[in-house]
Design a protein around this ligand. Structure first.
Ligand code: SF4
Length: 465
């Protein structure tokens, strides 16, 4: 981000999390965690994709010294006045705002330049239009309007599958105005609320935010707290989980539709306050002589699941068995699936524990795509036990997230590589495909084996309740 300007990145970040805007302006940057390998890889892949699209589109480009945006802006103006059809990497400057979109495209319509005008186009690797794409384009369109004297009516996004999506700018203009006002207020020192949630997983400020939120006993630590409910609680003067833990809910004005949610949140607040697990009801788990703990790994590029890792437990004995596609292609995935079925078919009584829906969805997908006979399919589906809904209905935990990582960590399980994650495993797989460095594959298998073990730890803990 360019230090003193408000840019499209600010707009995108602010849409994701207002606290991110605050920390990027006022936080101690030495506390910000570096980009993960996975995020860096995504950025590189986006740049490569952009380059592949740009190479096919004739364009003009402003030439200027890196960082000299004023010169870049004047160059851009010259290209616009000359009526260039497509301008790559234009500079739109209107202090304190700086816009660096991918393209300006000449379109029909009048403007300060004559009987043509420009609109903004961006290249993105995602497969659908999202606000994080459209809002920066609306911001660039706003800057463009002050240059050409008229707002462009549309913006355009070239998506990751090559399709192009056009959208109207007008419906977003008010939102942009509000965002710019909020960013100005945050820049001036207004501190937004904490916002702990799934969005924090890849954020460089996650450690800082989590520590601060715990210190302040922030409401956003309560798992599944939705913004409208938080606003209701704040309006009643409940600003911390300590407040909520002690509150007399009968005396609060809670809309009927939120009553059950707030009741559960209060339980969570009490659990946070006392740091003790509350048992809601004893979990019911099936008994079987063979227990399988299943965890899958996904390829970031093709989105296919290239690894089925299974921890097999027979009594006291445990064995880890990986089913691996050495390339993310159909022939390899079919082989993985057939190997997995050959392993499952002779088992007599077995249960497959997994965490959340992903594994079930993928097994169904593989069955549809690569086939399975009906009796085996029935046995397979009947054997699946998702531990996530069992956890939710059985216990309340003093945790901000009910992911397998956070729960297993709470129960004392430690991954041998603390930097390992699903995203990191995606990165390792991409690198392994490119280099065939077997150490990367070993790292993936180790990580996956430990995910299976974490699932076993959670299951065993539930069985003790
Ligand atoms: S860690 Fe979460 S709350 Fe903190 S800035 Fe990042 S996204 Fe926002």
């Amino acid at each position: 981000m360019t230090a003193s300007y408000i840019t499209g990145t600010h707009i995108r970040n602010h849409h994701k999390c207002e606290r991110l805007t605050y920390l990027n302006f006022h936080g101690d940057l030495s506390q910000k965690l570096p980009l993960t390998d996975f995020r860096r890889q995504l950025i590189e892949q986006s740049q490569q994709y952009e380059a592949s699209i740009v190479s096919r589109l004739p364009h003009a480009r402003p030439e200027y010294q890196a960082g000299d945006f004023l010169s870049g802006f004047h160059q851009t103006l010259r290209l616009m006045e000359a009526g260039e059809n497509r301008i790559y990497k234009p500079v739109l400057l209107q202090e304190p705002y700086l816009g660096l979109p991918d393209f300006l495209e000449r379109v029909p319509g009048c403007s300060g330049f004559g009987n043509f005008r420009y609109r903004v186009a961006e290249i993105k690797r995602g497969l659908s239009l999202k606000k994080e794409y459209t809002l920066p384009i609306v911001f660039y369109s706003y800057l463009l309007s002050s240059i050409q004297g008229v707002w462009p009516t549309t913006g355009r996004v070239i998506l990751g599958d090559g399709t192009e999506k056009e959208f109207s700018i007008a419906p977003y203009r008010e939102t942009l105005t509000a965002i710019l006002q909020e960013i100005a207020a945050v820049q001036a020192g207004k501190e937004p609320l904490h916002n702990i949630g799934a969005r924090c997983r890849h954020c460089g400020w996650r450690k800082v935010c989590l520590e601060e939120a715990k210190e302040r006993k922030d409401l956003s630590l309560l798992f599944n707290l939705r913004e409208p409910v938080r606003q209701v609680l704040l309006a009643q003067g409940i600003t911390t989980f300590t407040d909520l833990a002690k509150a007399d809910l009968q005396r609060l004005r809670i809309p009927k539709e939120y009553a059950d949610v707030v009741h559960r949140l209060q339980l969570q607040a009490q659990v946070w306050e006392q740091q003790q697990v509350v048992l809601l009801r004893r979990p019911s788990l099936p008994q079987a002589p063979v227990e399988l703990f299943l965890d899958m790994e996904e390829d970031a590029e093709s989105r296919c699941n290239y690894l089925f890792g299974v921890l097999i437990r027979r009594g006291e004995e445990e064995e880890y068995r990986p089913f691996l596609a050495r390339r993310p292609v159909k022939t390899e995935l079919r082989r993985l699936w057939k190997d997995f079925l050959r392993f499952i078919a002779p088992l007599d009584r077995f249960v497959i524990y997994h965490f959340d829906q992903h594994e079930r969805v993928q097994l169904e997908h593989f069955a549809t795509e690569y086939g399975i006979d009906t009796p085996l399919y029935r046995r397979l589906v009947r054997s699946l036990v998702d531990l996530y809904p069992i956890i939710i209905s059985s216990v309340v935990l003093p945790l901000h997230s009910y992911s397998i990582k956070v729960i297993a960590d709470y129960l004392g399980f430690r991954w041998s590589d603390t930097a390992a994650s699903g995203a990191q495993a995606m990165y390792w797989y991409t690198q392994w495909l490119a280099t065939r460095d077997e150490r990367l594959l070993e790292a993936i298998l180790q990580y996956n084996r430990e995910d299976c073990m974490a699932t076993r730890v959670v299951k065993d803990w539930l069985a003790t309740l």
